[in-house]
Design a protein around this ligand. Structure first.
Ligand code: ADP
Ligand code: MG
Length: 691
């Protein structure tokens, strides 16, 4: 039994115990119906929170937020307000709960700080519960600049949820479902990660600094036998997973699924879905807690998108759907999807949104780490498309042609064994190759990177889908016959946007050709995508949906480019250091050893041609490394000298990345030649199997 679920969360039940009924009810109305929070209620809730937290040994509180670094942040303040004659006075007012003030100058602000003051504010998000981590009360907040520009992941997400709610509720009301009060995006994130022994972690500068290996020859066995996925979990890892779940549960994160993933030492944890902003907080906590618990078990946790070359990378499948206030999932097709107009309209809205704004969908999963992961034949390619399955595609096609779809009956699975239960088949098979797949009653956006915050991807999904629902409502609202108008708009959308639907193998070479024929973009690196954020179409979208202003978008674009460039430079410098101080000296010392051996053998009149062969092979490898290092340092200099951030970032993609790849392949060859005792770093074999 899970005994301590939400032990450290200021849940509704806990709040009830610490507040008068009247205040509690009023606060619930504020959260559920978006009413304004009064100073009086805020004071009372703050006091209740403080009392509960201090009874659990808390000494501090923090306004917890996700700045544009994507990593959670917060300044910790003691509950102390003053000292009277040596006695501490504790205080935590409504004002302290609602509003925090911080220096925005040391967090990414994308140029907003240059034009405005350095001051930043955090504002409490009362819809996501506060929790205790150690001795600190964590209060989920949004983060703004002095002039109210969003500087975080949460604010635009909340704004996009508001727009989506408005548009989806409007559509449902047009369809006659007047009892629906609100519609929320629901999100469930599956988090993939690697665990390696912490001793190896500490011995690899690339892992410590960049979160991924910049070198490493592929061992003879990795994932070829497909023997890691879902297999028996090693005892040491199981102990870690037990602690991970217990900690997450105590923090109210409903982690449910855990298993071995495809690559050796790769794992997954998935929490039960929640309303999008709470899911964001949950996933930020998952990332933080995985790292901490891993450390306690002497593991290093790698959240990077591609920590090891030659084996699967890690994603964060972002499952997305829509639910009404009564909890009904609006993406459930039901038994007769062809007659489920509400479902088909929402499906059409998503198809239009993903096709019209495919650049934004792609952009929302862009990062330096994902540049190395995507398109690797185990992660979705960089082409955005939607998997619907044959049945749903046929229904939409029939509507667009005006033909009636034959009733589709769900079939049962025949296992061939009489005493096994008969299983009802899903509407469609799974397509694990698609970046955006319909999986029965939700969409799974599989492109999102494992280390990424899910804030922006969900902001984009909510916003583009809200825009499409608005388009649909505008088209059918005034019609005399809503059903006929709905079918018309479904047909029109299908005709215009069906190019985005692809039910085949997204990893195949044919898809690349077919996608090009359909006019779909294939933007292979982040630096080809970042500037799309500011296209007229996208600026207009975010503005009209009241999610991000042009100033905020500009700031975000600058931060994305700056982050990308800084990380690329850090990787390049780390590589240079590891080669110069580790790999080259090891190679040279082995050549020396070989030369000495060769001299001794010759003096005894023995001749081992292999020694000379090895020396010359290694010498030529070293030559390759040396000249590529020079190219790399020139490239670094070029990037540093360039002032335009877009050009800087592009140079990282076009100059630095390929040069690093050349250096890496030379070093990996050297690793395969040098005796293991001379190789300066733990190898892939060590990290994958020696735990
Ligand atoms: P898979 O079989 O694709 O690996 P998992 O069980 O690992 O699936 O994860 C599925 C994720 O989808 C979970 O986080 C789950 O809570 C989430 N999910 C299920 N239903 C919904 C929904 N209606 N909205 C959003 N997410 C959902
Ligand atoms: Mg999963």
């Amino acid at each position: 039994m899970i005994t301590e679920f939400s032990k450290y969360v200021f849940t509704e039940d806990t709040m009830k115990q610490y507040l008068d009924n009247e205040v509690f009810n009023e606060f619930q109305n504020i959260c559920n119906e978006g009413k304004e929070l009064t100073a009086d209620i805020a004071d009372k809730v703050a006091d209740a929170m403080k009392n509960w937290a201090m009874e659990h040994n808390a000494t501090h509180y923090t306004h917890w937020f996700v700045p544009l670094t994507g990593l959670s942040a917060g300044k910790h303040e003691a509950f102390l307000s003053e000292v009277k004659q040596g006695n501490p006075i504790y205080a935590f007012s409504g004002n302290m709960l609602i509003k925090g003030e911080s220096d925005a100058s040391s967090l990414p602000s994308g140029g907003l700080r240059a034009t405005f003051e350095a001051r930043g504010y955090t504002a409490w998000d009362p819809t996501s519960p506060a929790f205790l981590l150690g001795t600190t009360l964590y209060i989920p907040t949004s983060y703004y600049s002095y002039h109210g520009e969003a500087l975080d992941q949460k604010t635009p997400l909340l704004r996009s949820m508001q727009s989506l709610n408005k548009q989806a509720t409007r559509l449902l009301h047009i369809l006659g479902e007047k009892e629906v009060k609100n519609v929320k995006a629901t999100v469930g994130a599956e988090q993939e990660y690697f665990l390696i022994d912490r001793d190896y972690y500490r011995k690899r500068l690339d892992i410590m600094v960049c979160g991924r290996t910049l070198f490493g020859a592929k061992p003879s066995k990795t994932q070829e036998l497909e023997d890691h996925f879902y297999s028996r979990i090693r005892t040491r890892v199981m102990k870690f997973m037990d602690d991970l779940d217990t900690t997450l549960w105590s923090l109210g994160v409903p982690s449910k699924t855990r298993h071995n993933e495809t690559a050796p030492s790769q794992y997954e944890v998935a929490a039960i879905f929640s309303v999008a902003n709470v899911a964001l907080d949950h996933n930020q906590l998952v990332m933080q807690v995985i790292r901490n618990v891993a450390r306690q078990h002497n593991f290093g946790c790698l959240l990077h998108e591609k920590p090891f070359e030659g084996v699967n990378g890690s994603g964060k499948h972002n499952n997305w759907s829509l639910a009404t206030d009564s909890g009904e999932n609006l993406l459930t097709p039901g038994d007769k999807p062809a007659e489920n107009i509400r479902f088909l309209l929402l499906l059409s809205a998503i198809i239009r949104a993903v096709d019209k704004y495919s650049d934004l969908v792609r952009l929302s999963a862009c990062s330096l780490g994902n540049d190395v992961r995507l398109g690797g034949n185990e992660a979705p390619p960089t082409i955005i498309s939607i998997f619907l399955g044959e049945n749903l595609t046929k229904i939409l096609e029939d509507i667009s042609c005006g033909t009636k779809t034959a009733d589709s009956f769900r079939s049962n699975l025949f296992t061939g064994v009489a005493n096994l239960p008969s299983l009802e088949l899903d509407d469609a098979d799974r397509n694990r190759t698609s970046p955006f797949a319909f999986t029965g009653n939700k969409f799974e956006f599989r492109m999102v990177g494992s280390s990424q915050s899910i804030g922006f991807p969900n902001t984009v999904l909510n916003t583009i889908i809200a825009d499409s629902i608005r388009y649909i409502s505008d088209n059918i609202e005034k019609a005399d016959d809503i059903e006929t108008a709905a079918k018309e708009v479904i047909g029109t959308i299908y005709q215009k946007h069906s190019r985005i639907i692809f039910n085949g193998d997204n990893y195949s070479a044919e898809w690349q050709t077919e996608a090009a024929r359909r006019g779909l973009d294939n933007l292979t690196s982040a630096t080809q995508v970042y500037d799309r954020l500011l296209s007229e179409k996208n600026v207009e979208l975010f503005k009209s949906m009241q999610v991000l202003s042009e100033i905020e978008l500009r700031a975000r674009q600058e931060i994305m480019l700056t982050n990308y460039t800084s990380l690329a430079l850090i990787e390049a410098v780390t590589m240079d250091e590891m080669v110069a101080r580790g790999i080259l000296p090891a190679c040279i010392s082995y050549i020396g050893e070989l030369a000495r051996d060769e001299a001794s053998l010759t003096s005894l009149d023995f001749h081992l041609p292999v020694t000379i062969k090895l020396i010359s092979h290694l010498t030529s490898i070293i030559g390759g490394i040396d000249s590529s290092l020079e190219t790399l340092s020139e490239a670094i200099q070029k990037v540093n000298e360039e002032s335009d951030i877009q050009i800087k970032a592009t140079l990282c993609t076009t100059l630095i990345a390929p040069t690093m790849q050349t250096i890496r392949s030379c070093c990996d060859k050297a690793e395969q030649i040098l005796p293991s005792k001379l190789w300066p770093f733990p190898t892939y074999l060590d990290m994958f199997y020696k735990q």
